[in-house]
Ligand binder design. Structure first.
Ligand SMILES: Nc1ncnc2c1ncn2[C@@H]1O[C@H](COP(=O)(O)OP(=O)(O)O)[C@@H](O)[C@H]1O
Ligand SMILES: [Mg+2]
Length: 388
């Protein structure tokens, strides 16, 4: 075989190769865009046989919208400018159906650089496109469901908060006169019987009084939770001496302290007067005190106060079972309790509310404890300028 014959044979083989490729539509168009060759892949993808398309303009495969905006000719122009043009887009088959195509157009030039036409390679990516579309729709559906569910949950939470708020208001209404009546009953009993014959009755009335206090604390906590979640926890600041406040509370709670079978030691040095919400701070102290009485396993509770720079620091130290470090943050969450002894009742709200109150005062509350080593709760409140 001479070289010319060998070259012709090689070209023929190459032509056959291109013609028989089925996965890619490969064809040539002239500089005007008229189709000059056609392969099996093009036939398979576009549905036309070679005799049906050769000599026709390649815009035949474009959608009416693309033709209207002159897209086919623009593609050829871009290919000439950049040496290559690639895009993905909708194309039309012989039967009028559309397919999602990846198209690469390469300009062909002779030795002198004159444009002699374009090679166009087309792939059918419809299946990939459909899969992507399906995925996109599934994603969009999921996102919508998550949004709907979030909305439902938000509604449920606000319904619960509303319920808490109404229920605690309603529960408190009959409780206030009940408490007042029990207290005047105790006073009347004292007058009537003195401290002798009335002892038994007095004890019963006293038990009622303690139970009522507990009940109203619980209800107040519930009311506070709904206040906090509605962002309605506002402070009524006044001049308060924190150590006097603690002294007062310890006197008020002496029955509870003795019936818990323990005692409280209060140590302080210095003056602790600042501008605080008295009732709210009282709530924090009462909660830490009653927690120590409930959970401190009859150990002595040591309360101490000191000044630390710009802060007043209160410490509540018991020698009870303590709290595992894993639970230190958890116990400050709503309705969270760490139950070693399920007989001890509570809603798991006290520390949550205490933290809200202390935070509203721009202070901090934290716990220091490990199992078997007792628990230390530390409240730090910034000293405030006393305004009047
Ligand atoms: N002094 C303490 N010693 C051990 N555990 C405590 C102490 N104080 C609080 N805890 C734990 O923290 C939890 C949350 O306390 P709190 O929010 O006041 O709720 P409650 O008193 O209603 O249980 C308690 O259930 C208890 O498990
Ligand atoms: Mg509590």
């Amino acid at each position: 075989m001479d070289t010319v014959t060998a070259n012709i044979a090689a070209e023929e083989r190459f032509r056959l190769l291109v013609e028989s490729v089925k996965d890619y539509g490969i064809f040539l168009i002239n500089p005007e865009g008229d189709i000059e060759s056609w392969n099996k892949g093009a036939e398979r993808i576009k549905g036309y046989s070679a005799s049906e398309v050769i000599g026709k303009n390649f815009s035949l495969f474009y959608t009416p919208e693309d033709i209207l905006r002159g897209h086919p000719a623009w593609e050829l122009q871009q290919a000439q400018v950049d040496g290559r043009y690639e895009e993905e887009g909708w194309r039309v088959r012989k039967d009028g159906t559309r397919f999602w195509a990846n198209v690469v157009i390469t300009p062909l030039r002779d030795n002198s650089g004159t444009l002699i036409g374009f090679a166009k390679v087309t792939r059918d990516l419809t299946e990939r496109k459909q899969a992507e579309e399906k995925l996109r729709m599934v994603n969009a559906g999921l996102e919508k469901r998550v949004e709907e569910r979030t909305l439902e949950l938000k509604e449920a939470v606000s319904l619960r908060d509303e319920f808490l708020s109404i229920a605690s208001h309603e529960l408190r209404t009959p409780l206030t006169p009940l408490k007042l009546n029990v207290q005047s009953l105790i006073r009347m009993l004292k007058k009537e019987f003195g401290d002798t014959e009335g002892d038994k009755v007095m004890k019963l009335a006293g038990t009622c009084d303690v139970a009522l206090s507990r009940l109203s604390n619980l209800i107040d906590n519930l009311l506070d939770v709904s206040r906090v979640s509605n962002g309605k926890l506002t402070l009524n600041r006044e001049v308060v001496d924190l150590s006097e406040l603690i002294d007062e509370i310890l006197v008020r709670y002496r029955n509870e302290i003795s019936s818990a079978g323990t005692e409280v030691v209060f140590q302080k040095t210095g003056s602790f007067t600042g501008f605080f919400d008295r009732l709210r701070i009282e709530q924090v102290v009462i909660n830490l005190l009653t927690n120590a009485l409930k959970y401190g396993n009859k150990s002595i509770l040591e309360i101490s106060m000191r000044e630390d720079g710009n802060y007043f620091e209160m410490e509540f130290r018991d020698m009870g079972p303590g709290i595992h470090p894993d639970d230190h943050e958890k116990i400050f969450q709503r309705f969270e309790r760490v139950l070693n002894n399920s007989a001890i009742s509570g809603l798991g709200l006290g520390l949550y509310i205490s933290r809200q109150i202390v935070t509203a005062h721009e202070g901090t509350i934290s716990v220091n404890s490990s199992p078997g080593k007792g628990a230390v709760f530390i409240v730090r409140l910034p000293k405030t300028e006393i305004k009047s």
